[in-house]
Design a protein around this ligand. Structure first.
Ligand code: ATP
Ligand code: MG
Ligand code: MG
Ligand code: MG
Length: 447
């Protein structure tokens, strides 16, 4: 990935070793001047507070944030995992314009249906546009423009990871509900309803794999199709008290649904007719829809079938809230004091702390810096992932507190133990809270 490296004065020697990421140089503005409540925004939930305090995000206007460098690193990692899963089932990545002509949205009738949530604007000629909240119209038009589309190209799965715009009535909870946010949206085109259901299944499986890899326990629930339309729909919900969705899960069978899908709020399971439904709250991190011909009919997205006749494509669409997943993971995994990340998403994997300048063990500072290079050179997956907390005017305790707040999975302290014949380092695994003392070799084994 693109990692900004800052040259360390200590590493400009002739060995041509990699420059070090120095904490003193990382742009993580946490102690921002008090600009008043309007600019700081209201702290509405844990993830927002922790992310703002650790210099990961900064509010600009309601529902819009600066994503600061550590957040961008984390998002790039998340996007890579999403790319792997989507491409693993045949998805091809593209990128569509955010500026969308009103004509498209009028054709699908969503120009009116979307109401105030659609951010509208006019260009210099007075033509109406919107900032796309989703891309069914755009992608279907694109596919419809290809006159030579053949059934041999199906299933066709196109996806993108882009900013989406929605004028939410109540933007809040930091990145959980923004007015400008990142979404992965995939659209599928199939020859028949049957084939479309198969594609639908394979996307749901890819979503489950994704959340498992991230270490997030999601529940897949039956969902309402809202103004996107279609017949079959599921949401991927991350159980959390601050979640805005109410879920009903049967204690006896596999039934689970968003309350929105139920005509009356019932307590007996409609599937097994025996179990009791238990209500809980969730954060919607993903949503899948079977669309049928709803959009392909309107935009005339057809292909030539095996009999060489034109046929209308069967569609599905599948969203993942990229920025929401990041904040939701922080929300459910963190403590009140510090961020805890899914291992795959931590902005940096390791932080190495040399002793305070002038302390009794000052002399081991060199060993600590050497360790950074050994880790990066020996373990390829740690390349560009190890930061060195060079703020040696600060006590270890103070710097540990910062490290705990940012949530590096591993924090390594060079202290007293590093003076031993075989130097030992204190290793704190922040996920588990465990502390162990390890030699360099032991450390390499652990990491
Ligand atoms: P919600 O019910 O939370 O408003 P939605 O049902 O309107 O979400 P979809 O249209 O299903 O959202 O969009 C796909 C995904 O995009 C959602 O599952 C969610 O993860 C994400 N998402 C939707 N709205 C936002 C938002 N305002 N901020 C961040 N992520 C969002
Ligand atoms: Mg919504
Ligand atoms: Mg929803
Ligand atoms: Mg939804």
């Amino acid at each position: 990935g693109c990692v900004e490296h800052v040259a360390s004065p200590a590493s400009t020697d002739s060995r041509n070793i990699r420059p070090t990421l120095l904490v003193s140089r990382l742009y993580q503005p946490s102690n921002l001047r008090d600009l008043g409540k309007d600019t700081q925004g209201e702290m509405t939930c844990k993830s927002q507070r922790l992310m703002q305090q650790a210099g990961l995000i900064h509010p600009s206007n309601p529902g819009c944030y600066y994503y600061l460098p550590a957040t961008v690193r984390s998002m790039e990692k998340l996007m890579r995992v999403i790319d792997q899963e989507m491409q693993g089932i045949g998805g091809q990545k593209l990128d569509m314009p955010s500026l969308c002509s009103a004509d498209l949205w009028k054709s699908s009738e969503r120009w009116d249906l979307m109401g105030k949530e659609l951010l509208r604007l006019k260009d210099r000629h007075g033509a109406d546009y919107c900032l796309a909240p989703t891309h069914e119209e755009a992608v279907t038009t694109l596919v419809a423009h290809q006159t030579t589309l053949s059934y041999r190209q199906f299933p066709l799965l196109l996806y993108q990871i882009t900013r989406k715009f929605r004028d939410e009535p109540k933007p809040k909870f930091g990145l959980l509900r923004g007015r400008e946010f990142y979404m992965k949206d995939m659209y599928s085109f199939d020859v028949s309803e049957e084939a479309a259901y198969q594609t639908y299944e394979s996307v749901c499986h890819a979503y489950s794999r994704l959340f498992t890899r991230l270490g997030l326990r999601c529940v897949q629930v039956q969902a309402d199709t809202g103004n996107i339309g279609g017949k079959l729909s599921h949401e991927f919900q991350l159980p959390a008290d601050i979640g805005e969705d109410r879920l009903l899960v049967c204690g006896n069978c596999s039934f689970s649904a968003n309350v929105e899908t139920m005509s009356s709020d019932r307590t007996d399971c409609p599937q097994c007719k025996f179990g009791k439904l238990v209500e809980s709250k969730g954060i919607e991190v993903g949503h899948t829809f079977y669309l049928g011909k709803k959009y392909s009919q309107v935009f005339n997205a057809n292909f030539s079938n095996a009999q060489n006749k034109f046929s209308i494509a069967e569609m599905g669409c599948y969203g993942l809230g990229v920025t929401r997943i990041l904040a939701a993971a922080i929300e459910v995994m963190s403590t009140e004091e510090g961020i805890r990340w899914p291992g795959l998403l931590a902005p940096y994997q390791v932080c190495v702390l040399p002793p305070k300048k002038g302390s009794k063990v000052d002399e081991v500072a060199g060993l600590a810096e050497e360790l950074v290079h050994t880790l990066e050179e020996t373990l390829p997956r740690l390349r560009g992932e190890v930061v060195f907390d060079d703020r040696t005017q600060m006590t270890i305790g103070k710097r540990l507190k910062d490290a705990s707040r940012l949530g590096y999975p591993y924090v390594i302290v060079a202290g007293q133990g590093a003076l031993e014949e075989t130097p030992k380092f204190e290793v704190i695994c922040q996920q588990t809270g465990d502390t162990v003392f390890l030699s360099k070799d032991g450390l390499l084994d652990l990491l």
